[in-house]
Design a protein. Structure first.
Length: 352
């Protein structure tokens, strides 16, 4: 029986001419998930922040709560975020339409080995520990979205392109609000972070669709990693599968709540705040019954932005500088060479 499952062909994740079966997706044993996709009990302590009262005098409290969430968890859920449900539903529909297309058509927009932008079914370049996911990765640039969509949908690209561009513009605005609030809560000038985000040359989106998996106890949608960027705004559907690593090496599931985003701190923001805000390792697990859709919007500063912790967040005796200042462009270049981020390792190169 086990043998039969392992020999099964995995149609939704096989590119043309590259048939894959379940056994090609079995991960190294240390990585096998210890809790299932719908085990959320331990994750209910993850803070939930609402923007409903953002305009009132509660602003101060809200900013502090956000900083606390990013300090203690590296993650929070955001509700009443102001991005319209219509924008979100529209883009989800377009993503599903894309993933539902025949493989030949999707591969017209395939990513190339040298540039990780476009569509791919799993990521065969990894060789082993293959993600159980279809993935679309694109830069925030409207031109790039249109170029990708035109390759895949031809003259019919407009609904996809428009939905995607609108969604990313909304998320960008939301990201800037969060950065202002974090700066405020940390006692920095409100534009401390946002002034570095004028050019959006490397901000990007990654959309995943994880098909049902016959062997979820040995496969992973996305392996454990921290996000190297600054801030991630994650949209997940109601299935569940995102798990985060608590400090005591315990994995906990993030319960999906309707019309919310999951926000998490990336490595770059951790360095920028001298470790005050934490970039926490997480992963996506899969399940036998349901496909799952998620999308991560990764906010990145201008390439020339210098990531250096401001003096207000350090203390020469008790909390000296932990990372040598670096530019986002330099870090990004190194990440592109590294290709695969495993666990939380990317920042080590700048440790003092
Ligand atoms: O699918 C998820 O819930 C996680 C996605 C993620 O962590 C990422 O794309 O970096
Ligand atoms: Fe991530």
């Amino acid at each position: 029986m086990a043998q039969e499952i392992e020999e099964q062909h995995v149609e939704p994740l096989s590119s043309i001419g590259q048939p894959l079966c379940v056994k090609n997706f079995i991960w190294s044993e240390e990585e096998w998930p210890t809790i299932t996709y719908e085990n959320f009990a331990d994750g209910d302590g993850i803070p939930t922040i609402s923007f409903r009262e953002i305009k009132s005098q509660n602003y101060e409290t809200l900013c502090k709560a956000m900083v606390d969430a990013c300090t203690n968890w590296g993650f929070f859920r955001l509700v009443d975020h102001g991005v319209s449900l219509e924008t979100i539903e529209k883009v989800k529909l377009r993503w599903n339409e894309l993933f539902d297309l025949p493989m030949e058509q999707k591969l017209k927009g395939a990513r190339s080995a040298c540039l990780p932008l476009g569509y791919c079914a799993t990521n065969p370049d990894y060789g082993k520990d293959l993600p159980w996911a279809e993935i679309l990765q694109l830069l925030q640039s409207p031109q790039q979205v249109v170029a990708f969509a035109s390759k895949v949908f031809g003259d019919e690209h407009q609904p996809f392109s428009d939905a995607m561009i609108e969604y990313m513009q909304e998320l960008d605005k939301l990201g800037m609000t969060i950065f202002e609030m974090l700066a405020h809560g940390l006692g920095l000038t409100d534009n401390f972070f946002t002034q570095n985000f004028e050019e959006k040359d490397s901000t990007m989106i990654r959309v995943h669709r994880y098909p049902p998996c016959p062997l979820p106890e040995k496969c992973l949608g996305l392996g454990s990693h921290s996000d190297p960027h600054t801030l991630t705004i994650l949209l997940q559907d109601d299935v569940g599968g995102l798990q985060i690593l608590k400090s005591d090496s315990q994995w906990i599931g993030v319960r999906p709540i309707p019309n919310s985003f999951v926000i998490n701190v990336g490595d770059t923001l951790e360095a920028w705040t001298n470790g005050r805000l934490k970039s926490v390792v997480h992963r996506a697990v899969v399940n036998k019954e349901k496909q799952r859709l998620s999308s991560a919007y990764f906010l990145c500063p201008t390439s020339s932005a210098i990531i250096a912790c401001p003096p207000q967040l350090m203390n020469s005796d008790t909390n000296p500088r932990k990372y040598s200042p670096f530019t986002w462009g330099d870090f990004r270049k190194q990440l592109l060479v590294q290709k695969r981020v495993l666990g939380k390792t990317a920042l080590k190169r700048y440790l003092i």
